[in-house]
Design a protein around this ligand. Structure first.
Ligand code: LMR
Length: 400
């Protein structure tokens, strides 16, 4: 009965790792998935995470009972504080419901399904380009997906005019997906002044902001700084959605730990919204896992661990920034044609190189360098040792 089933294509991002794993070459390099690597090219478990896990293991009172449908309460509270700020009036006024979800993806999906069931507008506008999974997540949640202009390939920067025009012509009430910081895949973010214009325009048209915050702490190295755009929207008193992930900033990729927050107009509305979120979650996966959020809560609630985390986070962000400089310098040293300054200007884990599909394929074939076909490279996967290899490959790709 399954003989008719055709082979599905690999995922455009996670499939890169599948191909990389199959390559026997000793010089292979995986710059596909956005996952942090050390200078030695190894995955990193943060010291604070090890410490938190030790604390959890030593606590014999801990059990393996089910969490509530909405997840670990303490984690939800701390997550809201982290993203909206400890002094946020919306938190004080109990206007936010926060539910633990399966990392950023799960938070987007739960938020999307809630909107498809209860919101009067079923259209979500996402930036062009965006993280490839956004499209599928929201379509399967029951929303219809449209694009707004975001990236200008000519300037390798923000198409701010195009973005404002497209938001202006979106129907009133439409949902707008915004990358809170470190836009994936382009590494191009609006300035705070531009965010303010975006906010004004969106509020004047009653457009609903849905922030995807996957890189808090990775863009500027500051947790508060990277949450600024979201806080601007929340401080005007309007509604706002935020999907939070701890995959990158706490290195908890495989623990699938994140949160969805919905900022409402009153605490009464927030509590009704939460009751409906439970109806979305319960038939989807019943309730979320307990280990990941326990690690996060342990770190966030302890001043010393929290401070240590911010230092480790800053060190990761700084290493990525130094990789940008090293790659830029290496291309300049090779006299590689073109303006590569976007490598140092772009923000976050990725560089959107501007290399085309053929050039990417060439680099994979000849240099065993793996990246997504849109020319995105994960700077976090690079090290001082591998920069020359990548620079040689880019140089060969653009001069062949
Ligand atoms: C990425 O864009 O590489 C990450 O967000 C990982 C993923 O799940 O795609």
């Amino acid at each position: 009965v399954f003989a008719h089933i055709v082979q599905a294509p690999e995922d455009p991002i996670l499939g890169v790792t599948v191909a990389y794993n199959k390559d026997p070459s000793p010089i292979k390099l995986n710059l596909g998935v956005g996952a942090y690597r050390t200078e030695e090219g190894k995955p990193l478990v943060l010291n604070v995470v090890r410490k938190a896990e030790q604390i959890l293991v030593n606590d014999r009172s801990r059990v393996k009972e089910y969490l509530p449908i909405t997840g670990l309460g303490e984690f939800n509270k701390l997550s809201a504080k982290l993203i909206f700020g400890a002094e946020s009036p919306a938190i004080r006024e109990n206007r936010i419901t926060t539910v633990q979800c399966l990392s950023g993806t799960g938070s987007l999906r739960v938020g999307g399904e809630f909107l498809a069931r209860h919101y009067h507008q079923r259209t979500i506008y996402i930036p062009q380009p965006t993280w490839g999974n956004h499209i599928k997540v929201f379509q399967l949640a029951g929303l219809s997906v449209k694009y707004y202009r975001y990236y200008d390939p000519k300037t390798r920067g923000l198409d701010f005019q195009g973005m404002l025009e497209d938001l202006s012509s979106a129907p009133s009430g439409a949902i707008i997906l915004l990358h809170a910081c470190a836009h994936n895949p382009t590494g191009v973010d609006p300035t705070l002044e531009q965010w303010e214009q975006i906010r004004k325009l969106m509020r004047s048209k009653a457009l609903l902001p849905f922030f995807d915050s996957a890189y808090q702490g990775f863009a500027s190295g500051s947790l508060d700084g990277d949450a600024q755009p979201i806080r601007m929207f929340v401080s005007d008193g309007g509604e706002c959605f935020a999907a939070q992930s701890y995959a990158k900033n706490m290195g908890l990729y495989g623990e699938r730990v994140g949160a969805l927050s919905i900022v409402c107009k009153s605490s009464d509305v927030a509590s009704r919204v939460e009751s409906q979120l439970k109806l979305v979650i319960r038939p989807m996966y019943s309730n979320p896992p307990v280990h990941g959020p326990s690690i996060v809560a342990t770190v966030l609630k302890d001043r010393d661990l929290y401070n240590e985390w911010t230092l480790e986070l800053k060190a990761m962000a700084d290493r990525i920034i130094s990789m940008r400089q090293q790659l830029f310098d290496a291309l300049r040293a090779r006299g590689t044609p073109g303006d590569w300054s976007h490598i140092i200007k772009q923000i976050g884990m990725f560089t959107f190189t501007g290399l085309n599909k053929e050039q990417v394929a060439f680099m994979t074939r000849e240099y065993h360098i793996y990246m997504t076909s849109d020319g995105r490279i994960s700077m976090a996967g690079l090290s001082s040792r591998t920069v020359p290899h990548l620079a040689d490959a880019i140089n060969a790709a653009v001069t062949r």
